[in-house]
Design a protein around this ligand. Structure first.
Ligand SMILES: C[S@@+](CC[C@H](N)C(=O)[O-])C[C@H]1O[C@@H](n2cnc3c(N)ncnc32)[C@H](O)[C@@H]1O
Length: 285
């Protein structure tokens, strides 16, 4: 029988180098904190540690918390995919779906995160937070992160998912609008660049193992097909949601704000604009 618990560090200067000295007992090799297969005759290059979370949820009985869950869309997808685990969403605004229309393994709780998470230490196997960055000042981030780790079980996982309010390949008009949007957020004490502080927050936590990081490019515009078009709709929905904050920060009327769509929209196609989303995740040890 293979021993799956054997942990070996391999040559981190060449993570993909296959190791001929491996023991037949080693199912995995570990490079820079990521777990890979250890078959000498297979060239498959991707890590497989994320599977751990999926296995955990699939095996049943796992408890998952979504912090700042909003409408609960992530949680509902997860609850349907993993019917034998339980899912709790927490948000200060009760915009959750009707209790009669949710799967039995889901519950929602209205609660302000500034009062901490209302759960005992080490309650959850997986604690997730998505898209909170552009609403949270730095001091709160630190507190929320500590709370998320506190309620995670030993051996459980913490994940933060977010995006940067900054766009790649912006044209001059769009770049100007985003610069103004960012200064509006900064005036409220919000750093629109979660990638500059979230990893360090997690790395500073002694209770966490290696912080894993993944980055995706998300296109904005027809040039990228259906996904790009959906993201345009999402972008303008978010931009609209910031209307109250930004019209007051910029001192412009609602009508002027509404003209911005036509002003910047062509640049999405002309410059093939995209933005970046990030995932950081780590295991509590
Ligand atoms: C941008 S939405 C993201 C919602 C959800 N995670 C998603 O991806 O759809 C941010 C959510 O965080 C919630 N939120 C912000 N500050 C909060 C706080 N102090 N306590 C509880 N919820 C909060 C908001 O009510 C909102 O639903």
């Amino acid at each position: 029988m293979k021993n799956v618990n054997v942990i070996k560090e391999f040559d981190s200067s060449d993570p993909l180098k296959l190791d001929n000295t491996k023991s037949i007992l080693d199912s995995f090799r570990y490079v820079k904190g990521r777990r890979y297969h250890n078959q000498t005759d297979v060239t498959y290059l991707l890590p497989n540690d994320e599977k751990e979370v999926h296995d955990l949820l699939k095996s049943g009985g796992a408890k998952v918390l979504d912090v700042g869950c909003g409408t609960g869309r992530w949680l509902l997808d997860m609850a349907n995919e993993y019917p034998n685990s339980s899912f709790i969403g927490i948000d200060m605004s009760p915009i959750f779906p009707d209790v009669n229309h949710i799967p039995q393994n889901v519950a929602f709780l209205q609660h302000n995160l500034n009062d901490g998470l209302p759960f005992p230490n080490e309650t959850f196997d997986f604690v997730f937070q998505g898209f909170l960055g552009n609403n949270v000042i730095n001091k709160q981030w630190e507190y929320y992160t500590r709370e998320m780790i506190r309620v995670t079980k030993l051996g459980g996982w913490v994940e933060i998912f977010d995006y940067v309010v900054d766009y790649q390949n912006s044209g001059p008009k769009f770049a100007k609008i985003m610069e103004l949007a960012n200064s509006g957020l900064e005036a409220k004490g919000i750093n629109p660049h979660p990638e500059t502080y979230v990893p360090q927050l997690l790395k500073n936590c002694q209770e966490l193992s290696e912080v894993h990081f993944e980055e995706e490019n998300i296109p904005l515009g027809n040039w990228a097909g259906q996904l790009g078009e959906m993201m345009v709709a999402y972008y303008f929905m978010s931009f609209n949601a910031f209307k109250l904050l930004l019209t007051s920060a910029w001192g412009v009327s609602d009508e002027t704000y509404d003209t911005i769509y036509d002003y910047i929209r062509p640049e999405f196609e002309d410059f093939k604009v995209y933005f970046k989303s990030f995932r950081w995740y780590s295991k509590k040890i």
